[in-house]
Ligand binder design. Structure first.
Ligand SMILES: N[C@@H](CCC(=O)N[C@@H](CS)C(=O)NCC(=O)O)C(=O)O
Length: 191
């Protein structure tokens, strides 16, 4: 399978980390944009393509991650694990949305707003830390890692100041992170 996306750290990170951690064969492919728009289901990226994808292609980043998690049995083995994983996924969406709201596309987050965002991120990651189970490695647990990767330009120590388990998980998974998306540029960063 191929994940069509831009060489950035954004809506692709969760899927790529999950796929590699779970041993699914998913490679990222870049395309000419906006020339490729007409080939996508919703006029946007990411899009998962290839054999094993119903109809050959699917859009919506979180649907893609959940689809692959189900395939790899990383969506939670019990009701309790599923619930925990789903809450973590929604936390990642909140973290993404908080950064997106403060971000000026291609430029970054204005310096005047970066400290306030850092504080909001630290609180979000404190919530994440209360749910995280690195050993379970559900898609929700991996989404905690993805959230740190997307937010790390704001300072890992600052954003994880109240999230020791998440910090330890991020540090333990540094090789996975580097191999998976080490060559992509940060999308969310202070200006
Ligand atoms: N809800 C969609 C949003 C996708 C989205 O906003 N994609 C952006 C990049 S992150 C995009 O394709 N932008 C280019 C465009 O709209 O032309 C998802 O999660 O996949």
């Amino acid at each position: 399978m191929e994940l069509v996306y831009f060489p950035l750290l954004a809506r692709n990170v969760l899927t790529l980390l999950l796929a590699r951690d779970a041993g699914l064969d998913v490679a990222q492919r870049a395309v000419d944009w906006p020339a490729y728009k007409g080939e996508t289901m919703f006029g946007q990226l990411p899009q998962l393509e290839g054999e094993g994808v119903p109809g050959g292609k699917m859009g919506q980043s979180m649907a893609i991650a959940r689809f692959l998690a189900r395939k790899a049995k990383r969506d939670g083995a019990t009701d309790a694990e599923f619930a925990r994983s789903e809450m973590l996924l929604e936390k990642m969406t909140e973290i993404y949305d908080a950064m997106k709201a403060a971000n000026v596309p291609t430029k970054g987050v204005p310096a005047s707003e970066a400290d306030a965002l850092r504080e909001r991120l630290a609180t979000h990651f404190e919530h994440v830390d209360g749910l995280l189970d690195a050993n379970a490695a559900t898609v929700g647990d991996i989404s905690a890692l993805a959230a740190v990767v997307m937010a790390r330009e704001f300072g890992v120590d600052a954003i994880l100041a109240k999230a020791p388990k998440t910090k330890a998980y991020y540090e333990a998974k540094s090789a996975l992170v580097d191999e998976t998306c080490g060559s992509f540029a940060a999308w969310f960063k202070p200006q």
